[in-house]
Design a protein around this ligand. Sequence first.
Ligand code: GTP
Ligand code: ZN
Length: 284
Amino acid sequence: MQGFYYVESQGQTYECRLRGILKKTDRKDNCIVGDIVEFSEDCSITKVFERKNIIHRPLVANIDYIVIQFSAMDPRLDYERINILILNSYYHRIKPVIIINKIDLVEESEIEEIKNNLDYLKALDIDLFFVSTAENIGIEEVKSYIQGHVTAFGGPSGVGKSSILNLLQEGTTLKVGETSRKLKRGKHTTRATTLLPLKEEGFVIDTPGFSSVDLPEISNVQELIDLFPEFDLDEPCKFSNCIHVNEPGCAVKNAVEGGSISKERYEFFLRCYEKLKIERWNKL
Ligand SMILES: Nc1nc2c(ncn2[C@@H]2O[C@H](COP(=O)(O)OP(=O)(O)OP(=O)(O)O)[C@@H](O)[C@H]2O)c(=O)[nH]1
Ligand SMILES: [Zn+2]
């Protein structure tokens, strides 16, 4: 990226340039939206700190939460897709949060049913919100949850992502990044910014790339297992190289039998395993 970078530090925005040594001309991700940087008195960015995560559509670094949004109705909840998006969040090392919108369209009993079906989220420490953007239910809770953070929104088409972003965000698109508390450290954006400021502190990002039904680029079974944190048990499997599929004495399968690991999640794991094996790993 050529030209200026707008770095925010202690409530001030600085127009900076990237120090030559940081410019690798063949790359467009030398310094991107959401980066935490160090800059000199003459407004030259001297260092880009290591990113905790990055997404590519749009290109943004250091996202705190990915909201996986669905609706209770119109379109109906797609449980398989929730699991796929959770997998994608873990793959990108971004903390997922689930929002179910349009609860004005369903009975209380249906909300209870959804809660039951998503009970496994507790074991994953994933928070779940029920909202209605049409009737302004649950929006305040979401606001305070994401305040002061950078939150990306993903999910299928028509679930009300634009509707919730309109309620949460300031309305205008600012050309500045997140305020940093430390002097001469700041997050920045370029001119074509994608961080939308919240009414309070923090930013939201619309992430069209985060609605995919594709599995992430998982290259082997161990990588897949690592994306199921609830499989990380104190008790080991009989075989140290157990992949929790057909082996005897498998602690994960025992936990599924015993009910401490959700059967739905385990079956989702098996479907991923079969699919990746056939479509990708066997072709390597
Ligand atoms: N009944 C009801 N309808 C809603 C609610 N939120 C959004 N809608 C409607 O759902 C439709 C889709 O809303 P959008 O906000 O455009 O959804 P989106 O997720 O941004 O959709 P894409 O732009 O296709 O990704 C619109 O007709 C909204 O009016 C809600 O809480 N209740
Ligand atoms: Zn096992």
